[in-house]
Ligand binder design. Structure first.
Ligand code: FAD
Length: 576
Protein backbone atom coordinates (compact mmCIF):
# COMPACT_ATOMS: atom_id res chain seq x y z
CA UNK A 1 0.00 0.00 0.00
CA UNK A 2 1.46 3.39 -0.99
CA UNK A 3 2.25 5.49 2.01
CA UNK A 4 3.97 8.43 0.36
CA UNK A 5 1.71 11.35 0.86
CA UNK A 6 3.67 14.47 1.52
CA UNK A 7 1.35 16.76 -0.40
CA UNK A 8 -1.20 17.47 2.32
CA UNK A 9 -4.28 19.06 0.85
CA UNK A 10 -8.03 19.22 1.21
CA UNK A 11 -10.13 16.10 0.69
CA UNK A 12 -13.85 15.60 0.28
CA UNK A 13 -13.92 13.00 3.06
CA UNK A 14 -11.47 12.28 5.83
CA UNK A 15 -11.79 8.87 7.46
CA UNK A 16 -10.09 8.55 10.84
CA UNK A 17 -8.89 4.99 11.50
CA UNK A 18 -7.93 2.51 8.77
CA UNK A 19 -9.33 -0.57 10.49
CA UNK A 20 -12.21 -2.91 9.80
CA UNK A 21 -14.82 -0.24 9.15
CA UNK A 22 -12.41 2.46 7.92
CA UNK A 23 -11.02 0.57 4.90
CA UNK A 24 -14.47 -0.75 3.94
CA UNK A 25 -16.02 2.71 4.11
CA UNK A 26 -13.18 4.41 2.22
CA UNK A 27 -13.45 1.90 -0.57
CA UNK A 28 -17.22 2.24 -0.90
CA UNK A 29 -17.05 6.05 -0.96
CA UNK A 30 -14.30 5.88 -3.59
CA UNK A 31 -16.71 4.14 -5.96
CA UNK A 32 -17.63 7.69 -6.97
CA UNK A 33 -14.52 8.69 -8.94
CA UNK A 34 -15.27 12.40 -8.48
CA UNK A 35 -14.65 12.18 -4.74
CA UNK A 36 -11.31 12.44 -2.98
CA UNK A 37 -10.83 10.48 0.23
CA UNK A 38 -8.13 10.49 2.86
CA UNK A 39 -7.85 7.48 5.15
CA UNK A 40 -5.67 8.04 8.21
CA UNK A 41 -4.25 5.12 10.17
CA UNK A 42 -1.99 5.28 13.23
CA UNK A 43 -0.24 1.99 12.52
CA UNK A 44 1.82 0.79 9.54
CA UNK A 45 0.58 -0.68 6.25
CA UNK A 46 -0.63 -4.27 6.66
CA UNK A 47 2.24 -5.72 4.59
CA UNK A 48 4.60 -4.54 7.33
CA UNK A 49 2.77 -6.97 9.65
CA UNK A 50 3.14 -10.20 7.64
CA UNK A 51 1.84 -12.41 10.48
CA UNK A 52 -1.54 -10.73 10.06
CA UNK A 53 -2.07 -12.67 6.83
CA UNK A 54 -1.50 -16.05 8.52
CA UNK A 55 -4.71 -17.26 10.18
CA UNK A 56 -3.13 -19.10 13.12
CA UNK A 57 -0.40 -16.53 13.79
CA UNK A 58 -2.43 -14.05 15.85
CA UNK A 59 -0.07 -14.57 18.78
CA UNK A 60 2.65 -13.02 16.62
CA UNK A 61 0.57 -9.85 16.23
CA UNK A 62 -1.04 -9.39 19.66
CA UNK A 63 1.35 -7.99 22.22
CA UNK A 64 3.64 -6.54 19.53
CA UNK A 65 3.88 -2.98 18.18
CA UNK A 66 1.06 -3.89 15.78
CA UNK A 67 -1.30 -4.01 18.79
CA UNK A 68 -2.50 -1.00 20.78
CA UNK A 69 -1.76 -3.07 23.90
CA UNK A 70 -4.40 -1.35 25.98
CA UNK A 71 -4.44 -2.61 29.53
CA UNK A 72 -7.78 -2.44 31.30
CA UNK A 73 -8.19 -0.87 34.68
CA UNK A 74 -8.29 -3.49 37.47
CA UNK A 75 -11.46 -5.56 37.10
CA UNK A 76 -13.03 -5.83 40.54
CA UNK A 77 -15.07 -8.96 39.79
CA UNK A 78 -12.06 -10.64 38.18
CA UNK A 79 -9.89 -10.52 41.28
CA UNK A 80 -8.70 -7.06 40.27
CA UNK A 81 -6.90 -8.45 37.26
CA UNK A 82 -5.99 -6.06 34.46
CA UNK A 83 -6.86 -7.56 31.08
CA UNK A 84 -4.87 -7.10 27.91
CA UNK A 85 -7.32 -5.53 25.46
CA UNK A 86 -5.70 -6.32 22.10
CA UNK A 87 -6.59 -4.17 19.06
CA UNK A 88 -5.01 -4.17 15.62
CA UNK A 89 -2.81 -1.14 15.00
CA UNK A 90 -2.13 -1.37 11.29
CA UNK A 91 -4.09 -1.03 8.06
CA UNK A 92 -7.01 -3.45 8.40
CA UNK A 93 -7.12 -2.91 12.18
CA UNK A 94 -8.66 -5.67 14.25
CA UNK A 95 -9.86 -7.52 11.12
CA UNK A 96 -6.15 -8.31 10.67
CA UNK A 97 -5.69 -10.00 14.04
CA UNK A 98 -9.08 -11.40 15.01
CA UNK A 99 -10.30 -14.98 15.29
CA UNK A 100 -11.77 -14.83 11.73
CA UNK A 101 -15.17 -16.03 12.99
CA UNK A 102 -18.27 -14.87 11.12
CA UNK A 103 -21.04 -15.20 13.71
CA UNK A 104 -23.58 -12.59 12.79
CA UNK A 105 -25.78 -12.70 15.89
CA UNK A 106 -29.53 -13.12 15.56
CA UNK A 107 -31.85 -10.71 13.81
CA UNK A 108 -33.64 -9.87 17.03
CA UNK A 109 -30.42 -8.30 18.38
CA UNK A 110 -30.59 -5.57 15.76
CA UNK A 111 -34.37 -5.21 15.93
CA UNK A 112 -33.80 -4.46 19.62
CA UNK A 113 -31.65 -1.45 18.70
CA UNK A 114 -34.96 0.18 17.92
CA UNK A 115 -33.41 2.57 15.43
CA UNK A 116 -35.05 3.12 12.06
CA UNK A 117 -33.12 1.57 9.19
CA UNK A 118 -31.08 -0.74 11.43
CA UNK A 119 -33.35 -3.77 11.79
CA UNK A 120 -32.11 -7.36 11.70
CA UNK A 121 -33.21 -7.64 8.09
CA UNK A 122 -31.31 -4.47 7.17
CA UNK A 123 -28.13 -5.56 8.94
CA UNK A 124 -28.16 -9.06 7.51
CA UNK A 125 -28.54 -7.63 4.00
CA UNK A 126 -25.47 -5.48 4.55
CA UNK A 127 -23.50 -8.43 5.95
CA UNK A 128 -24.40 -10.28 2.79
CA UNK A 129 -23.22 -7.37 0.69
CA UNK A 130 -19.76 -7.50 2.26
CA UNK A 131 -19.19 -11.18 1.48
CA UNK A 132 -18.09 -13.49 -1.31
CA UNK A 133 -18.70 -16.93 0.16
CA UNK A 134 -16.69 -19.84 -1.23
CA UNK A 135 -18.34 -23.07 -0.20
CA UNK A 136 -16.74 -26.49 0.26
CA UNK A 137 -18.37 -29.76 -0.88
CA UNK A 138 -18.93 -31.10 2.66
CA UNK A 139 -20.75 -28.03 3.98
CA UNK A 140 -24.51 -27.62 3.82
CA UNK A 141 -24.50 -23.83 3.46
CA UNK A 142 -27.62 -21.69 3.45
CA UNK A 143 -26.76 -20.05 0.16
CA UNK A 144 -29.60 -17.55 0.26
CA UNK A 145 -28.07 -16.00 3.38
CA UNK A 146 -24.56 -15.72 1.94
CA UNK A 147 -23.20 -13.01 -0.29
CA UNK A 148 -21.47 -13.94 -3.51
CA UNK A 149 -20.28 -10.60 -4.78
CA UNK A 150 -18.66 -8.71 -1.91
CA UNK A 151 -15.02 -7.76 -1.28
CA UNK A 152 -14.54 -10.06 1.72
CA UNK A 153 -13.98 -13.71 0.84
CA UNK A 154 -15.17 -16.23 3.41
CA UNK A 155 -15.19 -20.03 3.56
CA UNK A 156 -16.13 -22.84 5.96
CA UNK A 157 -13.58 -24.19 8.41
CA UNK A 158 -12.41 -27.80 7.96
CA UNK A 159 -12.95 -29.30 11.40
CA UNK A 160 -10.32 -31.34 13.24
CA UNK A 161 -11.52 -34.73 14.58
CA UNK A 162 -12.09 -33.27 18.06
CA UNK A 163 -14.58 -30.81 16.60
CA UNK A 164 -16.70 -33.56 15.07
CA UNK A 165 -16.74 -35.24 18.49
CA UNK A 166 -17.76 -31.99 20.21
CA UNK A 167 -20.53 -31.59 17.64
CA UNK A 168 -21.84 -35.01 18.72
CA UNK A 169 -21.64 -33.95 22.35
CA UNK A 170 -23.57 -30.74 21.67
CA UNK A 171 -26.36 -32.69 19.99
CA UNK A 172 -26.58 -35.34 22.67
CA UNK A 173 -27.01 -32.55 25.24
CA UNK A 174 -30.00 -31.02 23.48
CA UNK A 175 -28.49 -28.58 20.98
CA UNK A 176 -29.75 -29.60 17.52
CA UNK A 177 -27.44 -29.45 14.49
CA UNK A 178 -28.23 -26.57 12.16
CA UNK A 179 -25.18 -26.47 9.91
CA UNK A 180 -25.11 -22.77 8.90
CA UNK A 181 -27.05 -21.26 11.82
CA UNK A 182 -24.40 -18.62 12.52
CA UNK A 183 -25.04 -17.12 9.10
CA UNK A 184 -28.82 -17.28 9.06
CA UNK A 185 -29.30 -15.56 12.43
CA UNK A 186 -32.52 -17.38 13.18
CA UNK A 187 -31.56 -19.87 15.90
CA UNK A 188 -31.01 -19.31 19.62
CA UNK A 189 -30.46 -22.97 20.56
CA UNK A 190 -28.41 -25.30 18.41
CA UNK A 191 -24.97 -26.09 17.05
CA UNK A 192 -23.19 -25.82 13.74
CA UNK A 193 -20.16 -24.73 11.76
CA UNK A 194 -18.79 -21.21 11.54
CA UNK A 195 -17.66 -19.59 8.32
CA UNK A 196 -14.31 -17.74 8.52
CA UNK A 197 -12.61 -14.73 6.95
CA UNK A 198 -9.99 -17.04 5.49
CA UNK A 199 -9.60 -18.10 1.89
CA UNK A 200 -7.08 -20.63 0.62
CA UNK A 201 -5.08 -20.40 3.83
CA UNK A 202 -4.80 -16.59 3.90
CA UNK A 203 -6.72 -14.23 6.16
CA UNK A 204 -9.12 -11.90 4.40
CA UNK A 205 -9.42 -8.45 5.96
CA UNK A 206 -10.94 -5.06 5.33
CA UNK A 207 -7.89 -4.25 3.16
CA UNK A 208 -9.38 -6.66 0.60
CA UNK A 209 -11.94 -3.95 -0.08
CA UNK A 210 -9.21 -2.19 -2.04
CA UNK A 211 -9.00 -5.10 -4.49
CA UNK A 212 -6.04 -6.94 -5.95
CA UNK A 213 -4.12 -3.79 -6.82
CA UNK A 214 -4.53 -2.65 -3.21
CA UNK A 215 -4.89 0.87 -4.62
CA UNK A 216 -7.70 3.23 -5.41
CA UNK A 217 -6.89 6.28 -7.51
CA UNK A 218 -9.08 8.56 -5.40
CA UNK A 219 -8.08 7.33 -1.93
CA UNK A 220 -4.94 8.47 -0.21
CA UNK A 221 -3.86 6.34 2.70
CA UNK A 222 -1.76 7.98 5.34
CA UNK A 223 -0.34 5.35 7.69
CA UNK A 224 1.82 6.06 10.75
CA UNK A 225 -0.30 9.10 11.69
CA UNK A 226 -2.42 9.51 14.79
CA UNK A 227 -5.61 11.53 14.58
CA UNK A 228 -5.25 13.90 17.48
CA UNK A 229 -8.51 15.81 17.27
CA UNK A 230 -11.32 17.05 15.07
CA UNK A 231 -11.16 20.74 14.21
CA UNK A 232 -14.48 22.46 14.84
CA UNK A 233 -15.77 25.80 13.59
CA UNK A 234 -18.88 27.64 14.65
CA UNK A 235 -20.59 29.37 11.73
CA UNK A 236 -22.48 32.64 11.80
CA UNK A 237 -25.63 30.47 11.95
CA UNK A 238 -24.40 29.14 15.33
CA UNK A 239 -23.93 25.63 13.93
CA UNK A 240 -20.79 23.80 15.02
CA UNK A 241 -19.14 22.10 12.03
CA UNK A 242 -16.27 19.64 11.73
CA UNK A 243 -13.88 21.19 9.25
CA UNK A 244 -10.68 19.20 9.49
CA UNK A 245 -8.38 17.10 11.62
CA UNK A 246 -5.17 17.64 13.48
CA UNK A 247 -2.82 14.70 13.08
CA UNK A 248 0.56 13.74 14.45
CA UNK A 249 3.13 11.22 13.31
CA UNK A 250 5.17 9.00 15.63
CA UNK A 251 8.00 11.53 15.58
CA UNK A 252 5.66 14.23 16.87
CA UNK A 253 5.28 16.21 13.64
CA UNK A 254 1.85 17.86 13.56
CA UNK A 255 -0.29 18.67 10.50
CA UNK A 256 -3.82 19.82 9.89
CA UNK A 257 -5.94 18.65 7.00
CA UNK A 258 -9.26 20.04 5.83
CA UNK A 259 -12.37 18.14 4.75
CA UNK A 260 -14.69 19.66 2.13
CA UNK A 261 -17.69 17.49 2.93
CA UNK A 262 -17.37 15.27 6.01
CA UNK A 263 -15.15 13.60 8.56
CA UNK A 264 -15.96 10.06 9.62
CA UNK A 265 -14.53 8.46 12.75
CA UNK A 266 -13.64 4.78 12.41
CA UNK A 267 -11.04 4.44 15.17
CA UNK A 268 -12.92 1.67 16.98
CA UNK A 269 -14.66 1.34 20.33
CA UNK A 270 -11.64 2.57 22.30
CA UNK A 271 -10.19 4.96 19.70
CA UNK A 272 -13.23 6.92 18.49
CA UNK A 273 -14.39 8.18 21.92
CA UNK A 274 -10.79 9.09 22.77
CA UNK A 275 -10.54 11.33 19.67
CA UNK A 276 -13.90 12.95 20.46
CA UNK A 277 -12.83 13.65 24.04
CA UNK A 278 -9.55 15.23 22.92
CA UNK A 279 -11.62 17.40 20.55
CA UNK A 280 -13.76 18.77 23.37
CA UNK A 281 -16.76 16.60 22.48
CA UNK A 282 -18.02 14.69 25.49
CA UNK A 283 -19.20 15.01 29.09
CA UNK A 284 -18.55 18.66 29.94
CA UNK A 285 -17.44 18.11 33.54
CA UNK A 286 -15.06 15.31 32.66
CA UNK A 287 -13.46 17.48 29.98
CA UNK A 288 -13.03 20.45 32.27
CA UNK A 289 -11.24 18.24 34.81
CA UNK A 290 -8.79 17.39 32.05
CA UNK A 291 -8.37 21.03 31.15
CA UNK A 292 -10.00 20.49 27.75
CA UNK A 293 -12.29 23.22 26.52
CA UNK A 294 -15.76 21.78 26.05
CA UNK A 295 -17.01 22.38 22.51
CA UNK A 296 -20.12 20.20 22.56
CA UNK A 297 -21.50 18.66 25.73
CA UNK A 298 -22.28 15.04 24.85
CA UNK A 299 -22.62 13.02 28.06
CA UNK A 300 -22.67 9.66 26.28
CA UNK A 301 -19.17 9.82 24.77
CA UNK A 302 -17.13 6.92 26.14
CA UNK A 303 -20.02 5.55 28.20
CA UNK A 304 -22.13 2.44 27.53
CA UNK A 305 -18.97 0.39 26.87
CA UNK A 306 -19.70 -3.34 26.62
CA UNK A 307 -17.66 -6.43 25.90
CA UNK A 308 -18.03 -10.20 25.88
CA UNK A 309 -16.03 -12.27 28.33
CA UNK A 310 -14.86 -15.78 27.54
CA UNK A 311 -13.90 -18.69 29.75
CA UNK A 312 -11.64 -21.32 28.19
CA UNK A 313 -11.68 -24.61 30.15
CA UNK A 314 -9.20 -27.18 28.89
CA UNK A 315 -9.49 -30.96 29.06
CA UNK A 316 -6.86 -33.57 28.45
CA UNK A 317 -7.95 -36.32 26.06
CA UNK A 318 -6.63 -39.87 25.93
CA UNK A 319 -7.05 -40.49 22.21
CA UNK A 320 -3.94 -39.52 20.22
CA UNK A 321 -4.19 -37.01 17.43
CA UNK A 322 -7.90 -36.14 17.63
CA UNK A 323 -6.69 -32.68 18.63
CA UNK A 324 -4.09 -30.74 16.66
CA UNK A 325 -1.50 -30.54 19.44
CA UNK A 326 0.72 -32.95 17.52
CA UNK A 327 0.82 -30.39 14.70
CA UNK A 328 2.00 -27.49 16.82
CA UNK A 329 3.13 -28.16 20.38
CA UNK A 330 4.86 -31.53 20.14
CA UNK A 331 8.56 -31.95 19.39
CA UNK A 332 9.50 -30.65 15.95
CA UNK A 333 5.87 -29.98 15.02
CA UNK A 334 5.96 -26.20 14.77
CA UNK A 335 8.91 -26.23 12.32
CA UNK A 336 7.21 -28.82 10.09
CA UNK A 337 3.90 -26.96 10.22
CA UNK A 338 5.58 -23.65 9.40
CA UNK A 339 7.35 -25.27 6.43
CA UNK A 340 4.08 -26.71 5.17
CA UNK A 341 2.39 -23.32 5.39
CA UNK A 342 5.27 -21.62 3.62
CA UNK A 343 5.24 -24.17 0.82
CA UNK A 344 1.51 -24.48 0.16
CA UNK A 345 -0.55 -22.25 2.53
CA UNK A 346 -2.01 -25.43 4.02
CA UNK A 347 -1.84 -27.19 7.39
CA UNK A 348 -2.18 -25.92 10.94
CA UNK A 349 -1.30 -22.28 10.23
CA UNK A 350 -3.84 -22.02 7.40
CA UNK A 351 -6.84 -22.16 9.76
CA UNK A 352 -7.84 -20.50 13.01
CA UNK A 353 -7.86 -23.34 15.54
CA UNK A 354 -11.38 -22.93 16.88
CA UNK A 355 -13.75 -25.75 15.97
CA UNK A 356 -17.54 -25.95 16.14
CA UNK A 357 -19.98 -23.66 17.89
CA UNK A 358 -23.30 -23.67 19.71
CA UNK A 359 -25.84 -21.19 21.02
CA UNK A 360 -27.94 -22.06 24.06
CA UNK A 361 -30.68 -20.63 26.20
CA UNK A 362 -30.55 -21.43 29.88
CA UNK A 363 -34.15 -20.66 30.96
CA UNK A 364 -34.84 -24.03 32.60
CA UNK A 365 -31.46 -24.17 34.32
CA UNK A 366 -31.88 -20.70 35.84
CA UNK A 367 -35.30 -21.24 37.39
CA UNK A 368 -33.83 -22.13 40.79
CA UNK A 369 -31.85 -18.88 41.00
CA UNK A 370 -33.14 -16.30 43.45
CA UNK A 371 -31.66 -13.42 41.45
CA UNK A 372 -33.33 -14.74 38.32
CA UNK A 373 -36.68 -15.09 40.08
CA UNK A 374 -36.51 -11.67 41.71
CA UNK A 375 -35.47 -9.62 38.68
CA UNK A 376 -38.34 -7.76 37.08
CA UNK A 377 -39.35 -8.97 33.67
CA UNK A 378 -40.98 -6.62 31.22
CA UNK A 379 -42.62 -6.96 27.80
CA UNK A 380 -42.38 -10.74 27.75
CA UNK A 381 -38.60 -10.62 28.09
CA UNK A 382 -36.47 -12.60 30.50
CA UNK A 383 -34.49 -10.92 33.29
CA UNK A 384 -31.55 -10.33 30.92
CA UNK A 385 -33.95 -8.45 28.66
CA UNK A 386 -33.76 -11.02 25.88
CA UNK A 387 -36.50 -12.80 23.98
CA UNK A 388 -36.63 -16.53 23.31
CA UNK A 389 -35.07 -15.80 19.90
CA UNK A 390 -31.77 -14.74 21.45
CA UNK A 391 -29.13 -17.03 22.93
CA UNK A 392 -27.91 -16.55 26.49
CA UNK A 393 -24.55 -18.18 25.86
CA UNK A 394 -22.23 -19.45 23.16
CA UNK A 395 -19.98 -22.51 23.36
CA UNK A 396 -17.12 -23.62 21.15
CA UNK A 397 -14.11 -25.85 21.23
CA UNK A 398 -10.49 -25.15 20.49
CA UNK A 399 -8.80 -27.79 18.35
CA UNK A 400 -5.61 -27.88 20.42
CA UNK A 401 -4.24 -26.33 23.56
CA UNK A 402 -4.86 -22.61 23.42
CA UNK A 403 -3.58 -20.55 20.58
CA UNK A 404 -3.65 -17.58 22.98
CA UNK A 405 -0.23 -16.17 23.54
CA UNK A 406 -0.49 -15.86 27.32
CA UNK A 407 -1.06 -19.54 28.04
CA UNK A 408 1.88 -21.56 29.27
CA UNK A 409 0.87 -25.18 29.90
CA UNK A 410 1.57 -26.52 26.42
CA UNK A 411 0.94 -30.29 26.25
CA UNK A 412 4.21 -32.22 25.91
CA UNK A 413 4.58 -35.18 23.54
CA UNK A 414 1.92 -37.81 24.21
CA UNK A 415 -0.52 -35.31 25.74
CA UNK A 416 -3.47 -33.71 23.97
CA UNK A 417 -5.90 -31.02 25.06
CA UNK A 418 -8.83 -28.99 23.83
CA UNK A 419 -11.00 -26.34 25.48
CA UNK A 420 -14.68 -25.82 25.79
CA UNK A 421 -15.16 -22.08 25.64
CA UNK A 422 -18.13 -20.22 27.07
CA UNK A 423 -19.15 -16.68 26.19
CA UNK A 424 -22.24 -15.03 27.59
CA UNK A 425 -24.36 -12.54 25.69
CA UNK A 426 -26.40 -9.41 26.43
CA UNK A 427 -24.05 -8.17 29.17
CA UNK A 428 -25.72 -5.72 31.53
CA UNK A 429 -22.50 -4.42 33.06
CA UNK A 430 -21.39 -1.20 31.43
CA UNK A 431 -17.94 0.37 31.42
CA UNK A 432 -16.37 3.51 30.05
CA UNK A 433 -13.55 4.88 27.94
CA UNK A 434 -11.94 8.06 29.23
CA UNK A 435 -8.63 9.77 28.62
CA UNK A 436 -5.98 10.75 31.10
CA UNK A 437 -3.86 12.81 28.73
CA UNK A 438 -4.31 14.93 25.61
CA UNK A 439 -1.37 13.16 23.97
CA UNK A 440 -2.81 11.40 20.88
CA UNK A 441 -0.27 8.58 21.14
CA UNK A 442 -1.31 7.73 24.72
CA UNK A 443 -3.80 4.90 25.19
CA UNK A 444 -7.19 5.74 26.66
CA UNK A 445 -8.20 4.55 30.12
CA UNK A 446 -10.60 1.63 29.81
CA UNK A 447 -12.75 0.47 32.70
CA UNK A 448 -14.99 -2.39 31.63
CA UNK A 449 -16.72 -3.09 34.96
CA UNK A 450 -17.08 -6.70 33.83
CA UNK A 451 -19.65 -8.70 35.81
CA UNK A 452 -20.59 -5.75 38.03
CA UNK A 453 -24.22 -6.75 37.43
CA UNK A 454 -24.91 -10.02 39.32
CA UNK A 455 -27.10 -11.33 36.48
CA UNK A 456 -24.05 -11.36 34.22
CA UNK A 457 -22.17 -13.56 36.67
CA UNK A 458 -25.21 -15.80 37.04
CA UNK A 459 -25.58 -16.39 33.30
CA UNK A 460 -21.85 -16.78 32.74
CA UNK A 461 -21.35 -19.30 35.55
CA UNK A 462 -24.42 -21.32 34.53
CA UNK A 463 -23.12 -21.33 30.96
CA UNK A 464 -19.72 -22.63 32.09
CA UNK A 465 -21.48 -25.30 34.15
CA UNK A 466 -23.42 -26.49 31.11
CA UNK A 467 -20.29 -26.43 28.93
CA UNK A 468 -18.55 -28.67 31.47
CA UNK A 469 -21.49 -31.10 31.39
CA UNK A 470 -21.42 -31.14 27.59
CA UNK A 471 -17.71 -32.00 27.60
CA UNK A 472 -17.88 -34.59 30.39
CA UNK A 473 -21.23 -36.21 29.58
CA UNK A 474 -21.72 -35.59 25.84
CA UNK A 475 -21.51 -38.74 23.71
CA UNK A 476 -18.64 -37.53 21.55
CA UNK A 477 -16.23 -36.55 24.32
CA UNK A 478 -17.17 -38.31 27.56
CA UNK A 479 -15.08 -41.43 26.95
CA UNK A 480 -11.90 -39.66 25.89
CA UNK A 481 -11.58 -36.97 28.57
CA UNK A 482 -8.92 -37.78 31.13
CA UNK A 483 -9.52 -34.69 33.28
CA UNK A 484 -8.91 -30.98 33.22
CA UNK A 485 -5.75 -29.60 31.62
CA UNK A 486 -3.67 -28.68 33.48
CA UNK A 487 -4.89 -31.18 36.09
CA UNK A 488 -4.49 -28.57 38.87
CA UNK A 489 -7.39 -26.53 37.44
CA UNK A 490 -9.69 -29.34 38.54
CA UNK A 491 -12.83 -28.16 36.74
CA UNK A 492 -13.70 -31.71 35.74
CA UNK A 493 -14.84 -32.01 39.38
CA UNK A 494 -16.91 -28.82 39.40
CA UNK A 495 -20.66 -29.17 39.84
CA UNK A 496 -22.00 -25.83 41.09
CA UNK A 497 -22.26 -22.27 39.82
CA UNK A 498 -20.14 -21.19 42.79
CA UNK A 499 -17.32 -23.47 41.61
CA UNK A 500 -17.44 -21.75 38.28
CA UNK A 501 -17.66 -18.27 39.74
CA UNK A 502 -14.30 -18.59 41.45
CA UNK A 503 -12.79 -20.00 38.23
CA UNK A 504 -14.26 -17.11 36.24
CA UNK A 505 -12.72 -14.62 38.66
CA UNK A 506 -9.35 -16.28 38.19
CA UNK A 507 -9.32 -17.03 34.50
CA UNK A 508 -12.07 -15.40 32.40
CA UNK A 509 -10.71 -13.08 29.72
CA UNK A 510 -11.92 -10.61 27.13
CA UNK A 511 -13.33 -11.98 23.89
CA UNK A 512 -12.11 -8.71 22.29
CA UNK A 513 -15.59 -7.45 21.42
CA UNK A 514 -15.73 -3.89 22.79
CA UNK A 515 -18.57 -1.77 21.48
CA UNK A 516 -21.15 0.83 22.39
CA UNK A 517 -18.90 3.66 23.56
CA UNK A 518 -20.45 6.19 21.13
CA UNK A 519 -23.84 4.62 20.90
CA UNK A 520 -26.44 5.29 18.24
CA UNK A 521 -29.92 6.23 19.41
CA UNK A 522 -33.04 8.24 18.82
CA UNK A 523 -33.13 11.97 19.47
CA UNK A 524 -34.97 11.35 22.73
CA UNK A 525 -32.07 9.24 24.07
CA UNK A 526 -29.75 11.63 25.89
CA UNK A 527 -27.00 9.05 26.15
CA UNK A 528 -26.85 8.59 22.36
CA UNK A 529 -23.80 10.06 20.63
CA UNK A 530 -24.92 9.54 17.03
CA UNK A 531 -28.34 9.54 15.39
CA UNK A 532 -29.75 6.92 13.02
CA UNK A 533 -27.71 8.47 10.19
CA UNK A 534 -24.54 8.08 12.31
CA UNK A 535 -24.25 11.88 12.63
CA UNK A 536 -22.65 13.10 15.85
CA UNK A 537 -25.28 15.02 17.76
CA UNK A 538 -24.84 18.76 17.80
CA UNK A 539 -22.07 18.81 15.17
CA UNK A 540 -22.47 19.07 11.41
CA UNK A 541 -20.27 17.10 8.99
CA UNK A 542 -19.12 14.53 11.54
CA UNK A 543 -20.14 10.87 11.69
CA UNK A 544 -18.97 7.74 13.44
CA UNK A 545 -19.06 4.32 11.77
CA UNK A 546 -17.44 1.53 13.78
CA UNK A 547 -18.16 -0.82 16.70
CA UNK A 548 -18.56 2.14 19.04
CA UNK A 549 -22.00 2.95 17.61
CA UNK A 550 -23.61 -0.37 18.64
CA UNK A 551 -26.42 0.46 21.09
CA UNK A 552 -26.06 -3.10 22.45
CA UNK A 553 -23.68 -5.89 21.48
CA UNK A 554 -25.08 -8.41 19.01
CA UNK A 555 -25.08 -12.00 20.26
CA UNK A 556 -22.30 -13.00 17.96
CA UNK A 557 -18.80 -11.87 17.12
CA UNK A 558 -18.81 -8.31 15.90
CA UNK A 559 -16.72 -8.15 12.74
CA UNK A 560 -19.57 -8.89 10.32
CA UNK A 561 -21.76 -6.34 12.11
CA UNK A 562 -18.94 -3.79 11.85
CA UNK A 563 -18.63 -4.43 8.12
CA UNK A 564 -22.40 -3.92 7.90
CA UNK A 565 -22.10 -0.60 9.75
CA UNK A 566 -19.45 0.53 7.24
CA UNK A 567 -21.57 -0.57 4.28
CA UNK A 568 -24.62 1.19 5.65
CA UNK A 569 -22.59 4.31 6.49
CA UNK A 570 -21.45 4.47 2.86
CA UNK A 571 -25.06 4.33 1.68
CA UNK A 572 -26.14 6.99 4.18
CA UNK A 573 -23.32 9.30 3.12
CA UNK A 574 -24.14 8.75 -0.54
CA UNK A 575 -27.73 9.62 0.29
CA UNK A 576 -29.12 6.17 -0.54
C1 FAD B 1 -7.83 -10.73 19.10
C2 FAD B 1 -9.19 -10.44 18.54
C3 FAD B 1 -10.01 -11.50 18.18
C4 FAD B 1 -11.28 -11.23 17.66
N1 FAD B 1 -11.99 -12.26 17.14
C5 FAD B 1 -13.10 -11.99 16.42
C6 FAD B 1 -13.72 -12.99 15.65
O1 FAD B 1 -13.26 -14.12 15.56
N2 FAD B 1 -14.86 -12.67 14.97
C7 FAD B 1 -15.38 -11.41 15.02
O2 FAD B 1 -16.44 -11.19 14.42
N3 FAD B 1 -14.80 -10.44 15.71
C8 FAD B 1 -13.64 -10.68 16.38
N4 FAD B 1 -12.99 -9.69 17.01
C9 FAD B 1 -13.60 -8.35 17.05
C10 FAD B 1 -13.58 -7.62 15.71
O3 FAD B 1 -12.37 -7.87 15.04
C11 FAD B 1 -13.77 -6.14 15.99
O4 FAD B 1 -15.00 -5.94 16.65
C12 FAD B 1 -13.80 -5.29 14.73
O5 FAD B 1 -12.72 -5.62 13.90
C13 FAD B 1 -13.74 -3.82 15.13
O6 FAD B 1 -13.75 -3.02 14.00
P1 FAD B 1 -13.59 -1.45 14.13
O7 FAD B 1 -13.55 -0.91 12.76
O8 FAD B 1 -14.62 -0.93 15.06
O9 FAD B 1 -12.19 -1.24 14.87
P2 FAD B 1 -10.73 -1.66 14.38
O10 FAD B 1 -10.76 -2.70 13.34
O11 FAD B 1 -9.95 -1.93 15.61
O12 FAD B 1 -10.20 -0.34 13.66
C14 FAD B 1 -9.82 0.83 14.32
C15 FAD B 1 -8.65 1.40 13.54
O13 FAD B 1 -8.44 2.74 13.93
C16 FAD B 1 -7.05 2.93 14.15
N5 FAD B 1 -6.94 4.03 15.11
C17 FAD B 1 -7.37 4.05 16.41
N6 FAD B 1 -7.13 5.26 16.96
C18 FAD B 1 -6.54 6.01 15.98
C19 FAD B 1 -6.06 7.33 15.93
N7 FAD B 1 -6.11 8.15 16.98
N8 FAD B 1 -5.53 7.78 14.77
C20 FAD B 1 -5.45 6.98 13.68
N9 FAD B 1 -5.87 5.70 13.68
C21 FAD B 1 -6.43 5.23 14.82
C22 FAD B 1 -6.56 1.59 14.66
O14 FAD B 1 -5.17 1.43 14.53
C23 FAD B 1 -7.36 0.63 13.80
O15 FAD B 1 -6.72 0.35 12.58
C24 FAD B 1 -11.73 -9.90 17.55
C25 FAD B 1 -10.90 -8.84 17.90
C26 FAD B 1 -9.62 -9.09 18.36
C27 FAD B 1 -8.71 -7.94 18.70
Amino acid sequence: MDNTNNAIKTYDYIICGGGTAGCALASRLAEDPKLSILLIEAGPPNDKVPASAIPAAVSQVLGTDADWNIQSEPCKELNNRKLHLGRGKFLGGSSGCNGTLCIRGVKQDYDDWGVEGWSGEDMFQYMKKTETFQNKPWFDADMKSHGTNGPLTTAPHDPAPISSLVLNSFQSKGLPFRPDMFTTGETANGCGHVVRTIYKGVRTTSVDYFGKEKQHPNIEILTGHYVDRILLETGSDGIVRASGVKIQDAGGEVKTIQARIEIIMTAGAYGSPAILLRSGIGPQEELSQLGIESKVNLPGVGKNLMDHLVMLSFYEVSKPDVTNDHLIWHTGAREKTAQEYKASRTGFFSQFPFGVFAFARLDERLKDSEIWQKTNQTNGRDPMGTTENQPHVEFWNTECYSPKYMFKDFPPDGHYAFAMATTFYSPRSLGEVTITSTNPTANPRVQHNYLSDPLDMLIFSEGCRLANEIALEGVGTKDIIVGSWPAAHGHDKYTTREDWQQAIRQRADTCYHPGGSCKMGKGSDESAVVDEQLRVRGIANLRIADASIFPTLPSGHPQMAVFAVAEKAADLIKGK
